[in-house]
Design a protein around this ligand. Sequence first.
Ligand code: SAM
Length: 408
Amino acid sequence: MIFKFPISKIDKIILERFRDILIKYNYTYDYFQTVKINPFAFTQFDLPLFAYRFPETLSFGILFHLFLLGAKLDKKIVGKIFDAEFTEQLLKIKILEKAGDNHIQSAVTIIPYQSFYFAADFIFRLDNRQNNKPKYEYVYPVSLDSITLCDALIKKSVNSVLDLGCGCGILSLVASQFSKNVTGVDLNPRAVNFSRFNALLNGIDNCEFLQGDLYRPIKEEKFDLILSNPPYEITPKKTYLYKDGGKYGYLILKRIMKDVSKHLKRNGFCQVINRIVQFNNEKREEVLKNWVAPDKLRILFIELQKIDIYQYAYLISMDNLICEDKTLDYQKYSGKIVELLDFFHKIHLTDTSLGIFNLTRDTRFTFTEQNFDITHQSAAKLQNVIQMHFSSKILQILSYFYRRIFDS
Ligand SMILES: C[S@@+](CC[C@H](N)C(=O)[O-])C[C@H]1O[C@@H](n2cnc3c(N)ncnc32)[C@H](O)[C@@H]1O
């Protein structure tokens, strides 16, 4: 049986108490920042270092071992944080699970982000166990791409947000802070189950989550804001639902773009993080214009990172090696690199750019690309660049003078 939360049996009070305990023992986003551990980007090579640094003798260490390292702990050690009765309750709602007679482990990883907690599937566990790990229906934990899109969000107060491919629910829950209602959709029923759980865990009740294919579950509905971090890797063969972008990587992006106009309100806005692929002599503008025709959009693509095919082959192969191939088979790794590069040459891929599409409906099609150095510039600056592009000419001029006065 593939793991799922028993949503209807979950008592909110238990989750409130669970959160309070996480906060009490510093299992928080702020504390991770203080100790300079990035919970959105680490590899299995980091785990032994982390385990040594935060041993189970510390209260924080127990939570860290359970929820970040996926370790199996003696019941007595877990008892130092969760008393016997509460441990039973956490076992019942399936946050914790038994690992033999005397040991307990967490069924899911729990990643803090700002004031939120997000449960998702573990990428790796300290001792490499893979029990219960679903392949195709794996639920992607909060990661750098989701966080980058959160940084770019234009957090204007709105009535409705649609999150396409909601996964563990990160974009929906963040948007629930500035939108009256949020709808998250995911093809993966487990992702819908995790999003519902995470809304409960964070005490959020203005989000609904629907299972289905992109816009299908929302029928004709229109939204003020559409967000998405869809699958976007080039995957010649089916791998995971969360990353399968098909042979050219843009399978889902193309479908999002094609129908986005129909689901945006008049002044609606859409933000999508994606990797766009560049093929020989192909003009991005023309490709996008054809995808959305006859609709007209004003698109700003903020390019965050451009990489060539060699860097891209390395990235995909390392990801496979780290996340999937636990044996770290070097022969397999080099074989994969050659196979990928041969494939990239065959499809005439030249490079790929990770970036954020920002768009609105318009009376004519326009496409603008702009680079942004995310490592050296703030999230506020990124939001400003996006807002400026979409503000009216008068506002742009006013804002230009305003900044000149205050910068001088
Ligand atoms: C890269 S993950 C992102 C998840 C989450 N939004 C985040 O930022 O962490 C992409 C998500 O899209 C979902 N997905 C893939 N194809 C889909 C489709 N056709 N319709 C709806 N969701 C889809 C996957 O199941 C996965 O949860």
